[in-house]
Design a protein around this ligand. Structure first.
Ligand code: AMP
Length: 190
């Protein structure tokens, strides 16, 4: 099984590169942000619980996120592998993911971290806001989301570095060139 984590701050290109990876490696895509947004749209119990958090760019508590993630994995028993996009965002989430995959006799194959600086991120998110009109991308929430990344999520990188699974890839440049580098990192582990 090929299990990838795609990692990076909001606006780093995780969504775009995930789509390329799904097409090339035939993986099931699990984006916790997309799943939360779907729950909000469908006004589910979970959606009601997380609506305010997403609107304010604050991380959803680990317990809620981890159970939701595990449910999503279980919904795809025939998957050849997974791409985890936007998860894990904290060390406890990374530990829970490792434990869960181990129970299922599999593990994370490799981690792709897209490296993009804050100025570039702000530029990209402003552009995306124009196109998608995402509720959590308003200007004042942008800094909160980036802040959550640089204060909480960034600590996940050393966790995977210690496991020898971290591939930091410059996320600035042409989408195809970045994808080429990502593919090379993945091809080393398959
Ligand atoms: P994203 O689309 O991945 O940027 O996620 C949008 C929002 O969903 C985040 O700002 C968080 O509020 C929430 N979220 C998504 N994934 C996670 C996660 N792994 N842990 C906690 N909150 C998350």
């Amino acid at each position: 099984m090929l299990n990838l984590v795609i990692f990076g701050p909001p606006g780093a290109g995780k969504g775009t590169q995930s789509q390329n990876l799904i097409d090339k490696y035939n993986l099931a895509h699990i984006s916790t942000g997309d799943i939360f947004r779907a729950h909000i749209k469908n006004d589910t119990e979970l959606g009601k619980k997380v609506k305010e958090l997403l609107a304010n760019g604050i991380l959803v508590p680990d317990s809620v996120t981890i159970s939701m993630l595990e449910e999503e994995v279980k919904k795809n028993p025939d998957a050849k592998g997974f791409i985890f996009d936007g998860f894990p965002r904290t060390v406890p989430q990374a530990e829970a993911l490792d434990a869960f995959l181990k129970q299922n006799n599999t593990s994370i194959s490799t981690v792709i971290a897209l490296d993009v600086n804050q100025d570039e991120l702000k530029k990209r998110i402003a552009e995306r806001k124009k196109i998608e009109n995402r509720a959590d991308d308003s200007e004042d929430k942008l800094m909160k989301r980036i802040d959550e990344y640089f204060t909480k999520t960034i600590h996940v990188l050393p966790y995977y570095e210690k496991q020898g699974k971290l591939n930091s890839i410059n996320g600035i440049g042409k989408v195809e060139d970045i994808f080429d580098k990502i593919s090379k990192a993945i091809d080393k582990v398959i």
